[in-house]
Design a protein around this ligand. Structure first.
Ligand code: DC
Length: 220
């Protein structure tokens, strides 16, 4: 197994941006585990599978061929040869991926894939349960937080930039629902590992967060 640095936290805490940039700095592979749950959700939606149909969902997870391709400023996500980078970033997939990720069979399959990816490379693993469940032995663990207002604003600006017609109120409503769902699910709920370093990014620029992380990494 290569070196693993875990970064967990709620939606909008800034973890994706920071994880991607930190991976670039350290020459590690960036593993966006949220994108894996989103890819499963996309197939569940497109194939119109009921969330109660665990057999079908399990079969999707066992056969899904998720691939990542690191572009200059963006990590592209594929299922086989199909580029799903943009298809998985809609409000609908936000919510559905959160629902799908509460299913035991899905978590087991994704955990297996994530550990397999980490077998022969150094990775920055970003998600909700990286430090608690998937890589409990990782030497370095971070948990990012930020105030609800700031997280909602970040999501809103992201969506606006993409040309979506959204309101801040709608984003707040969705974020609240997703937070509640991710934190209260029975299996692998969102929470910091006891040995994680917690960084509040509310008033920090991306570069400040990265510098804090590099400081901890160098110290450890
Ligand atoms: O990080 P994200 O917003 O792309 O994640 C989408 C959903 O996937 C999120 O609402 C919860 C779920 N998820 C998870 O349960 N475990 C992970 N390690 C990553 C994401």
């Amino acid at each position: 197994m290569g070196d693993v640095i875990t970064i967990d936290g709620p939606a909008g805490s800034g973890k994706s941006t920071v994880a991607r940039l930190l991976a670039k700095r350290l020459g590690y592979t960036y593993l966006d585990t949220g994108a894996m749950y989103r890819a499963v959700a996309l197939l569940v939606r497109e194939r119109e599978i009921d969330l109660e149909n665990k057999e079908e969902i399990k079969s999707i997870c066992e056969n899904i061929d998720i691939r990542f391709l690191q572009d200059e400023d963006l990590q592209r996500v594929f299922i086989g040869d199909r580029d799903i980078t943009h298809d998985i970033r809609t409000s609908e997939i936000d919510m559905l991926s959160s629902h799908v990720s509460a299913i035991k069979e899905v978590r087991e399959a994704m955990t297996y894939l994530q550990r397999k990816i980490a077998q022969n490379r150094n990775i920055i693993a970003e998600g909700r349960d990286m430090g608690t469940v998937v890589f409990p032995d990782a030497k370095i663990k971070f948990f990012l937080t930020a105030s609800f207002e700031v997280r909602a604003k970040r999501r809103y600006l992201e969506r606006k930039e993409r040309g979506e017609d959204v309101t801040l109120d709608k984003i707040k409503e969705e974020l609240k629902k997703r937070d509640q769902q991710d934190e209260s699910r029975r299996i692998s709920p969102l929470k910091p590992a006891p040995d994680a370093t917690i960084i509040d990014t509310t008033d920090l620029a991306v570069e400040d967060v990265i510098n804090k992380m590099l400081f901890y990494i160098e110290k450890s």
